[in-house]
Design a protein around this ligand. Sequence first.
Ligand SMILES: NC(=O)CC[C@H](N)C(=O)O
Length: 225
Amino acid sequence: MPVRVGVVSFPGSLDDRDAARAVRIAGAESVSLWHADPSLHDVDAVILPGGFSYGDYLRCGAIARFSPVMQTVVAAARDGLPVLGICNGFQVLCESHLLPGALIRNDHRKFVCKEQPLRIENVSTPWTSSYRMRQDIVVPLKNGEGGYIADERTLAELEANGRVVARYLGGNPNGSYHDIAGICNERGNVVGLMPHPEHAVEALTGPGTDGLGFFLGVAGVQEAA
Ligand SMILES: NC(=O)CC[C@H](N)C(=O)O
């Protein structure tokens, strides 16, 4: 039986279909979850995709946090369900307090869209287990509010406990503290990532297939392509 990975669609989600496709390419089954339906339909893991949930009014992710599906996702994540928030999904996870800190406007105040080198620094989460420690990958980055901030104590705790999952390489694209591109919760089951691995899973469209590892990891496949 393939692993069942739920992909949530909020009004304004943009990358839910690409996330579902990446799940299928990795050999898992994708299950569509709807923001207004609190049921997770017995999935084994959940992805909160990129986009502009509820138009990203107020702050990115601030309204999505109160959606019916998020009430269940928060409870399940606290019980250990693997959850990956990509870009807007990362913003939703911070707003939901499943992850510490916040994402604010890029320091240069422009939307950024580029191929971004990253270093994977934690391979013990369900989402990163198919990567090698300190593996360098390239995946797209595209957002307006990608600056990761947190207080000094939180940053020290993230660093001391290996909770920085991915770090920007080759220059900081948005002013994120400590060049942080992704973090996980204490238990490691909840991962937030600002760049988009789901857009780098097929050689035909590229850029490369470095992003596939996030989906192979949760699908239970050990070796990244
Ligand atoms: N690609 C995205 O998910 C964008 C997230 C968010 N709307 C931002 O611009 O920061």
